[in-house]
Ligand binder design. Sequence first.
Ligand code: NAI
Length: 259
Amino acid sequence: MARLSKLSRSVEGKVVHITGAASGMGRATAYLFADEGAKVAVTDLNGEAAEQVASDIRDAGGIATAWRLNVADPEEIIAVTKAIGEEFSGLDILVNNAGIGVFAKLDSDKYEERWQLSMDVLITGVQRLVRASLSMLREAEHGRIINIASTEGLGATENASPYTAAKHAVVGFTKALAIDLGREGITANCVCPGPIKTSLTDFISEEDKNTFARRRVAVRRYGDPEEVAHATFNFALPSASFMTGVIMPVDGGLWIRNA
Ligand code: NAI
């Protein structure tokens, strides 16, 4: 059938770089983009696990290559971004997903160290990846940046201030990117996941997860990584060309619930 609409809802042939793609939401996002015909650069601090994800994608008939990348290392960011560009002849979509949970009480001896780690991984890494990728995103027909923040980028939880501050910075940085890059047709958007079942939340018992979800989450459960991957995917589409600077909770209604 001939197409009746102008705007494409396909990422077929697009090159996407997903950081922290060896596990959880990053892996679910890598699988989804691969299923939809994108060429996927799978990077992670855990190089072996990243290779496994790329190999799963290739086994399923998709296109993917893995690299070990520590997003807290500026030199690795430059080298891996260049390698991705060479491997796939460019870059269309950058998904800044890599992350760690960083908790610390304000008077803890380890506070400075925890703060620095949080900033290095969660926000400085995002800034460096965007700047390293910029020339390729400018060459792309529909350049897209999607940053994975958190509902901690909108509110705060006790004893998580290094993480909360970094995730608020991701929200602010995304808005600034949308303003700075808008005239070039590159969009920048932010996904704020709520409580999602991944290795980051493994330490919380099922019972505690259920209690929290019953009290706080409108849909009364934790989310699955795939549900976040689909939100990310929507921002990456060529048809998402007028959505930029959006800060989108994907949280089962956690954010809007008062009691
Ligand atoms: P996950 O632990 O399953 O996956 C995170 C991945 O990032 C891992 O594969 C890990 O090896 C990688 N990683 C950690 N440090 C890295 C570094 N320095 N360089 C490169 N890769 C690194 O966790 P999840 O939940 O899938 O996390 C993905 C993103 O979602 C993170 O940014 C996290 O802060 C955010 N998030 C998670 C929520 C949850 O409930 N699970 C809620 C809100 C946000």
